[in-house]
Design a protein around this ligand. Structure first.
Ligand code: F6P
Length: 357
């Protein structure tokens, strides 16, 4: 008999359910008897012992369903050593629940922060396996996370829709794409939808270069311009500031986000008709695209195999098209950024896309 705990943690994404289904189907296939305990709302469920004992029927029909049947929540890694408001010591409480349920393994579907906690629990002696979830595609060590391609699909569609209305009205559009720390979605959706300017956190921009890109299009007779701007896009000026000063400056900004600031600067400098469009959390919603359904199923099957082989303390990853695994300790605490010298950025520049640098 195998007793498996499972939780989804951090911001949700498409294909969380598809991945859990993959794990469970794989386990039912490999083992005679399996009990699945689903913790509710991420690590919170593990802390407070809030769980559901799940049956195989619970995993039927969820391959295409977005969100998570377990619910999720954010539990910042930095706060793991700090007791909850009601005085609960988080890590001891999670270990207690794990032991009480006599679990053989805890499966964590989560992004960077959640995998840091997964590694902490593994170091505390629990058997843990991580699965790389996030629309941001920023988990170190894996070429791909599940959720990313679905988010790129939605962001691309949003920019596609903006394209036609921008052209009709001769407008400049700033489309804000998700990604506070990394620009993967913006880069891919920007290229896929033919954005003229792509601004991402990894390549600080000079606003003068953004003006230039718009003016060059105008000179070439193109009366509209589309900017794909990551939530975390940053100007060179801000990027060069000491961290404390930058934080203060950003807190004092009168704009709702960088996209609105850029839009305002363009309006004032060039006098053109500028609009901002924010697809926001639609990028995390709805059904996973087929690519995500496939990698989630593969990731899930791999996790099942690892559970049976007792390969714990590891994160399931995709490397050069192959599903494999790596120690959680090697991935935890590091982010996978866009490399400004990468071929994909160079190719985009060759096509005439401006990164504002
Ligand atoms: O980490 C996923 C993500 O969607 C980021 O791209 C985005 O910046 C952030 O979460 C939004 O967080 P929240 O759902 O808490 O608003």
């Amino acid at each position: 008999m195998l007793r498996i705990g499972m939780l989804t943690s951090g911001g949700d994404c498409q294909a969380l359910n598809a991945t859990m289904r993959g794990v469970v189907k794989g386990l039912y296939n490999l083992c005679d008897k399996v009990e699945i305990y689903g913790f509710l709302e991420g690590y919170k469920g593990l802390m407070y012992g809030n769980y559901k004992k799940l049956k195989s029927e619970d995993f039927s029909g969820i391959l295409t369903v977005g969100g998570t049947i377990l619910g999720t929540s954010r539990q910042p890694f930095k706060m793991m050593g700090v007791p909850t408001d009601d005085g609960l010591e988080k890590v001891p409480a999670m270990k207690e629940t794990y032991k009480k349920l006599k679990l053989d393994c805890l499966v964590v579907l989560g992004g960077n922060g959640s995998q840091k906690t997964a590694n902490l629990l593994s170091e505390e002696g629990l058997n843990v396996i991580g699965l790389p979830k996030t629309i941001d595609n920023d988990i170190w060590g894996t070429d791909m996370t599940f959720g990313f391609q679905s988010a790129v699909d939605i962001a691309t569609n949003a920019i596609d829709c903006i394209h036609t209305t921008a052209a009709s009205h001769n407008r400049v559009f700033v489309v804000e794409v998700m990604g506070h720390k990394v620009g993967w979605i913006t880069l891919h959706a920007g290229i896929a939808a033919g954005a003229d300017v792509i601004l991402i956190p990894e390549i600080p921009y000079d606003i003068k270069n953004v003006y230039k890109a718009i003016e060059n299009r105008n000179k070439a007779g193109k009366k509209f311009t589309i900017l794909a701007v990551a939530e975390g896009a940053i100007s060179k000026e801000l990027a060069d500031m000491p961290k404390k000063e930058r934080k203060k400056k950003m807190e004092e900004s009168p704009y709702a986000s960088t996209a609105y600031e850029i839009a305002d600067l363009i309006t004032k400098k060039l006098g053109c008709d500028v609009r901002v469009a924010v697809p926001g959390h639609t990028q995390r919603g709805g059904s996973p695209v087929p690519y995500d359904r496939v990698i989630s199923s593969r990731f899930g099957a791999k996790a099942a195999e690892m559970i049976v082989n007792k390969e714990f303390g590891k994160l399931v990853i995709m490397k050069n098209g192959e599903v494999t695994s790596m120690p959680l300790s090697e991935s935890a605490g590091k982010l996978k950024y866009v490399d400004p010298d990468d071929e994909i950025v160079k190719s985009a520049k060759m096509l005439g896309i401006s990164f504002g640098d």
